[in-house]
Design a protein around this ligand. Structure first.
Ligand code: GDP
Length: 687
């Protein structure tokens, strides 16, 4: 068994993951030959299957790095393209098709590409070997194969036939060896013929004497010698090729042919047959591997030293794996979530909800009480304006009773359940987004989405139950609102504060408007709109442009008037609330702002109780669990890796560390391999 080759192939697989650099390349057997020299036939004989692209135009356009792995304990033969993630391909015609596609993917204008295709074949019928198939040399430049292509193929082959690779120079017996492009190329890089194996194909096409002479070649001596073969592959596509190992068919054929002729017998001193070629390849590669042990080991050492140095300088040797990174990120996120839960409790929910209801109160008041322009207050008939009479309301006046009852039920029948649940759920969702943005997860779309999904799942699940509960519990307020003195006093303060804030908002908006278009312009636009409204500009119709006022400017004028009126009304109402008239609950019909606040306070207090139990507590309990489910141990290794790699900084760290670890592993294997070789040698020396 060729232990060394096998182990070295293992090491090479590790090094390939590191991102192999030139120095780390391990020896392979590079197959070169002219087009139609029989190169593919030889390779397929060694593998035992037809799998290489065939076709009339040049089909090998990229190097194929072919790794053969002997699997003595398995009856399944299959191929894998490690870069493509296609899995195990057991049908060799599929491998052939994939190789053809990969080759044809090279644009016509580029002709050839030096980007290699990696293919590994596992079978109990193949030896452990590492081969590289290259595009065939072009003999005669045909019309559709430009001169330039010839040069490109030469360049590509030259790159691969450098030491420590072994060259398998394929030439056909029916072509004069002096004309063999493969041998000529090999001689340029291996002038003493020390690492070239000559393969002479189509031995059946020449006279046995001539054939035998070629194999004994004196003109182009090679230390590793020549092997003659007859590799005519059985008709492709037939049952034959699919079910019978190509090598055994060819060997049978070769035995029959070479057996007939004494020129090829054991005593003749020539080597013939694909089977012998295969053995030779194994032995030569094994020996080459042995020779390159020290060099490869040194190269790995050097790479490792560089990686270790960089790791120390850049990361102070701090270990980081995708798993630990995810676990740490998740822990720290959960920690910040815990902190958040302590800051966002019942008082905060209460405030949120009350603020929301305050806005609704302002809307309702505006609709039902403040719904006439302020200027109308000064008009002849004070009863035309709802606010003018408010301070003088008699307790039994039905009109005002209905107005206040209507306003209060507009609030209680708003759909408080849904509204309250929505407000809190939206706030939680927004705050989770903020937590994400403040965490390491902000650079990870996958985790970000997982966290958002976690939050939304729980919030959605709890939504209907919570909103129903809340709605149910505020039901009594839809019919009757009792208010005591203490509540009244408290709400009186609230209402004053609310109006004060609203006034400020109005004044700020007015200022912004004025700054935007200038005080003078705004003033005249407002005056003009006023005139239109009061009918003092009859020739003007709203909607038409006039006196240099554009539609947009008229719009601004209207906005200015609205803000001014609203500010005036609010100021007036603030005075009213401050006055003695609004000091007691007995005058509630004159002070709707205060009464509405009483209602809102009651709604809020009741709603908060259920929001807390049904939504907040549930969310706080379930959210970390949901996170574990989506970002914890259930993720596959590949998902965790993909997650960590989303952050470029982390990716660099993990990559470097992985590189270092892989190099360490490769070196460790290398060391034990060298120790093994040493002991084998010592044993050999003793005997
Ligand atoms: P490549 O272009 O160098 O890969 O050559 P192929 O392996 O495709 O072979 C070219 C042609 O030569 C095919 O038609 C093969 O069947 C034929 N061929 C290959 N080896 C032999 C052989 O040993 N004897 C004979 N008679 N034909 C062969």
């Amino acid at each position: 068994m060729m232990v060394l080759t096998r182990k070295m192939i293992e090491i090479r697989t590790i090094l390939q993951k590191v991102g192999q650099t030139g120095a780390l390349t391990l020896p392979s057997i590079v197959v070169i030959g002219s087009q139609s020299s029989g190169k593919s036939s030889v390779l397929e004989a060694i593998v035992g299957h037809e799998f290489l692209p065939k076709g009339s135009n040049m089909v090998t356009r990229r190097p194929i790095e072919l790794t053969l792995v002997n699997t003595p304990d398995s009856n399944v033969e299959y191929g894998e393209f490690p870069a493509l993630n296609l899995g195990k391909i057991t049908d060799f015609s599929n491998i052939q098709r994939t190789l053809t596609d990969l080759n044809l993917a090279v644009p016509e204008k580029d002709c050839v590409s030096d980007d290699p295709i990696r293919l590994t074949i596992y079978s109990k019928n193949v030896p452990d070997l590492s081969l590289i198939d290259l595009p065939g040399y072009i003999q005669i430049s045909a019309m559709d194969q430009p001169e330039e292509l010839k040069a490109k193929i030469f360049q590509l082959c030259d790159k691969y036939i450098q030491p420590p690779n072994v060259i398998l120079a394929v030439s056909a017996a029916d072509v004069d060896l002096a004309n063999s492009t493969a041998l000529r190329a090999s001689r340029r890089v291996d002038p003493r013929g020390e690492r070239t194996i000559g393969v002479i194909t189509k031995m059946d096409l020449v006279d046995p004497d001539r054939g035998s002479n070629i194999l004994k070649d004196k003109n182009y001596p090679l230390r590793l010698g020549y092997v003659g073969v007859v590799c005519k592959t059985p008709q492709s596509g037939g049952l034959f090729s699919r079910h019978v190992n190509v090598l055994s068919a060819i060997t049978k054929n070769e035995n029959a042919y070479f057996g007939q002729h004494p020129q090829f017998s054991g005593e003749a001193g020539v080597t013939v047959g694909t089977y012998s070629l295969r053995r030779k390849l194994m032995e030569v590669l094994e020996a080459t591997m042995a020779q390159s042990l020290q060099g490869t080991s040194d190269a790995i050492h050097q790479e490792l030293e560089e990686a270790a140095y960089e790791f120390k300088v850049q990361y102070n040797d701090r270990p980081l794996t995708a798993e630990t990174y995810l676990a740490e990120s998740l822990d720290s996120f959960k920690h910040s979530f815990k902190e958040f839960t302590e800051l966002f409790g019942r008082p905060q929910v209460r405030m949120l909800l009350k603020q929301e209801l305050d806005q609704r109160i302002l809307d309702i008041l505006a609709q039902r009480y403040w719904n006439k322009p302020f200027s109308d207050l000064k008009k002849a008939r004070p009863e035309d304006h709802p606010l003018s009479e408010l301070s003088k309301v008699e307790p039994e006046e039905l009109y005002w009773h209905r107005k206040l009852d209507g306003s209060s039920s507009a609030l209680t029948k708003l759909g408080i359940g849904r509204l309250a649940t929505n407000v809190v759920a939206n706030s939680l969702s927004t705050q989770m987004d903020q937590l994400i943005e403040a965490s390491t997860f902000r650079n990870h779309p996958f985790a970000k989405k997982a966290i958002q999904d976690s939050a939304n799942t729980i919030l959605n699940e709890r939504f209907y139950a919570t909103s129903d509960q809340v709605e149910n519990c505020i039901k009594p307020y839809k019919f009757e609102i009792e208010v005591d003195d203490r509540e009244w006093a408290h709400s009186r303060e609230n209402a004053q504060r609310l109006l004060k804030d609203e006034l400020k908002a109005c004044e700020d908006a007015y200022k912004r408007l004025r700054d935007q278009i200038g005080g003078k312009k705004l003033g005249s636009a407002m005056a003009f709109v006023d005139k239109i409204r009061t009918g003092r500009a009859p020739e003007m119709q709203e909607g038409s442009e006039a006196l240099g006022f554009s539609q947009a400017m008229l719009e601004k004028g209207r906005e200015g008037i609205f803000l001014r009126d609203r500010a005036d009304i609010i100021k007036m109402r603030m005075l009213a609330l401050k006055s003695k008239g609004c000091a007691t609950k007995d005058n509630k019909y004159s002070c709707p702002e205060i009464f509405m606040d009483v209602v809102a306070e009651k709604l809020t207090s009741t709603a908060v109780l259920f929001l807390n139990v049904e939504l907040l507590s549930e969310f706080y309990y379930n959210f970390p669990r949901e996170l574990d489910l989506r970002l914890g141990r259930h993720l596959s290794q590949a998902q965790i890796e993909a997650f960590a790699r989303e952050d470029p900084k982390i990716r660099k760290h993990v990559d470097l560390q992985q590189r270092k670890q892989l190099l360490e592993l490769a070196l460790q294997k290398m060391d034990s391999l060298m120790a093994l070789e040493k002991s084998k040698k010592a044993q050999g020396d003793e005997t």
